[in-house]
Design a protein around this ligand. Structure first.
Ligand SMILES: Nc1ncnc2c1ncn2[C@@H]1O[C@H](COP(=O)(O)OP(=O)(O)OP(=O)(O)O)[C@@H](O)[C@H]1O
Length: 594
């Protein structure tokens, strides 16, 4: 199937020039050369060719790989980036313009990814610059490890490992080295790095129709960065498996692409290809480090995670591994003003990260649970069945709650409630069930520890308020009147802190009617179990009635009335569900005392 991707652009022909204009507006240290649309060169605003007293480091290539290359222009990295059109090598005149703009008496180093167009355009520009009297050296980077050694003349492709070469050469130049020495460091580094990519989708070129080549449930291994097909198509695997495969391929002794052997020190780069969330990239890095250490016997000295050399909006990542020594690490750690080089990565890695111990609470109250009594009294037994029934009921409702929440919120209400209920069931073996007041407090602690989300904090407040009310009003046994007052106090607290009242389409719309009926039935002289059961019917009715309410609290308040009318409020349904289950269990227990 082919599709026309949605893009936030104007004329597809202007994307590169408009990118450059935006880039220099964003970073005061960057400038661009006059000469749009043919000449697209980003350079350091503080460098002027005639007088620049360091080696200029210049790179570039087709656009579509942002932030490469222009985002790596800055003191300590590139002096200029020559931008071609999307996935098209820049013309000779642009490269020449860039060389003239930033090259002083020390000369310039051109770092070129190994693609025929780039080699030819940068190569011819280098020759012409030399004939104008400039000192020019060129380093070609071909770090692709996905394919067996090519038989033709093309050689290996240049991929994200090139960014590490930019950094090393830029730092060497900033340190004042000669052109020959900067080029030698860059060349040496380029022989130490290997890269391989994995794609989950192809990229969409601005203004063009894109074939959905990869297809659902599939991934491409060993792709280039221009949307060209990967070396192999495979079923999508967990990232753990993908990372293992890619590392093995890069470090393969058969291809012997990188001079890395057991005991080597390396740096790792996990590079997003344009549409991969940071979370997924960081997960991949977290998995790659121990694999490099334990499976390959390598010391991982630095980890760079982010989007460095993308392929427009391709989903996927590439992994680069570079053999490191002290000299390389020093260049990688050197300060730079290049806006897209990551900060906070320098410095030695400990062999393993031990988490910082949780700081103890300053409160004098012991965090120890009071513990489950050996023998449950009558109230303890009722409490036990009620809690168990309530927790099981909302656990069962997880998928429904998530489904409703996905229509009116973020789709996690059931999972949040499930976490709380599961923790309550697990912790219950330590609840002091003969002491209802303390048990309520313990339920609050379980919920607070695991639940999170809006309902997590609301139920924590709910339990705290109930606990405070029970503590103040009971001596020993908790009466039904005490429970009713506790429910009322909890509702008041949730309303106070959450700002919602009756009719706001929240969990209060189940609990407020329940509380009213409970009080009313107890006053009318009903036995506690019956009053509880009748009030639970009011909770269910209240929860159902939320369908007809316009939301005024929580995420649902941003949703149209039409969508809201199709489902009840998930929080209210959850509240009614646990309340109803507890009431039924209590009623049953009263009828069949042990
Ligand atoms: N101010 C409020 N007062 C009382 N209940 C609220 C309030 N805001 C939201 N709720 C209840 O919380 C339920 C949603 O709980 P959930 O834990 O899923 O929160 P969320 O909106 O997903 O937010 P997040 O998980 O990001 O905190 C809603 O269905 C509603 O019943």
């Amino acid at each position: 199937m082919a599709f026309h991707a949605k893009k936030l652009i104007n004329d597809p022909n202007d994307v590169v020039t408009e990118f450059i204009e935006g880039l220099v507006e964003t970073y005061p240290g960057l400038q661009y050369l006059d000469g749009f649309p043919q000449v697209k060169v980003v350079l350091r605003a503080d460098v002027s060719g005639g007088t620049y007293d360091k080696v200029a480091v210049i790179s570039g290539g087709g656009s579509g790989h942002e932030p490469a290359h222009a985002g790596f222009v800055g003191e300590g990295m590139l002096t200029a980036a020559i931008c071609g059109d999307v996935f098209a090598s820049p013309p000779v005149d642009s490269v020449l313009a860039g060389i003239r703009a930033v090259t002083g008496p020390m000369g310039c180093l051109l770092i070129v990814k190994n693609y025929t167009g780039d080699r030819l355009n940068f190569g011819l520009a280098a020759e012409e610059a030399k004939s104008e009297g400039y000192k020019v050296e060129t380093v070609i980077v071909g770090d692709d490890c996905a394919l067996p050694p090519p038989r033709g003349i093309a050689g290996r492709r240049g991929l994200a490992g090139t960014i590490l070469i930019h950094k090393i050469a830029g730092a060497a130049a900033a340190a004042g080295l000669s052109l020959a020495d900067v080029a030698a460091e860059a060349r040496r580094a380029s022989e130490m790095v290997g890269t391989m990519g994995v794609a989950l989708s192809v990229c969409t070129l601005p203004g063009r129709v894109t074939p959905d080549r990869v297809g659902p449930g599939k991934m491409e291994l060993g792709l280039g960065i221009h949307g060209e097909p990967g070396a192999a198509v495979a079923d999508l695997q967990p990232v753990d498996v993908i990372v293992s495969h890619v590392l093995k391929q890069i470090l393969s002794p058969e291809t012997n692409y990188v001079p890395i052997t057991r005991g080597s020190r390396v740096v790792l780069m996990v590079n997003g290809l344009g549409a991969t969330p940071v979370m997924e990239l960081v997960i991949a890095s977290g998995k790659a480090v121990p694999k490099l250490q334990l499976e390959h016997g390598l010391a991982v000295d630095r980890v760079y995670t982010g989007s460095f050399m993308t392929s427009l909006d391709m989903a996927g990542f590439s992994i680069s591994i570079m053999k490191a020594d002290q000299a390389i690490l020093q260049r990688l750690d050197a300060a730079t003003k290049a806006p897209h080089w990551p900060v906070g990565v320098d410095g030695n890695h400990p062999p393993a990260k031990i988490p910082v111990p949780l700081p103890p609470s300053r409160s004098t109250k012991s965090d120890e649970s009071l513990g489950r009594p050996a023998q449950l009294n009558a109230q303890g037994q009722i409490l036990e069945v009620a809690i168990e029934a309530a927790a099981h009921a909302v656990k069962k409702l997880r998928d429904n709650l998530n489904e409703w929440d996905s229509k009116v919120g973020d789709g996690d209400c059931g999972s949040t409630i499930y976490r709380g209920a599961a923790a309550v069931l697990e912790d219950m073996q330590n609840y002091p069930l003969n002491d209802a007041t303390e048990t309520v407090n313990e339920i609050g602690s379980s919920v607070r520890r695991v639940m999170g989300g809006t309902s997590g904090i609301l139920y924590t407040i709910f339990c705290k308020a109930a606990y405070a009310q029970l503590k103040a009003s009971t001596q020993g046994v908790v009466t039904s009147k005490n429970w009713a007052e506790a429910l009322e106090a909890s509702i008041a607290a949730v309303s106070k802190y959450g700002g919602a009242s009756a009719g706001y389409r929240t969990l209060l719309d189940a609990l407020i009617p329940a509380s009213a009926v409970l009080q009313e039935r107890l006053k009318a002289g009903d036995d506690p179990a019956t009053a509880f059961l009748l009030s639970s019917e009011a909770a269910l009715d209240g929860a159902e009635s939320t369908k007809h309410m316009q939301a005024q609290a929580g995420r649902s308040s941003y949703i149209s009335g039409e969508i809201l009318a199709s489902v009840p409020d998930p929080g209210a349904m959850a509240a009614a569900s646990w309340y109803r289950a507890a009431a039924l269990a209590v009623k049953y227990k009263y009828q069949t005392p042990s």
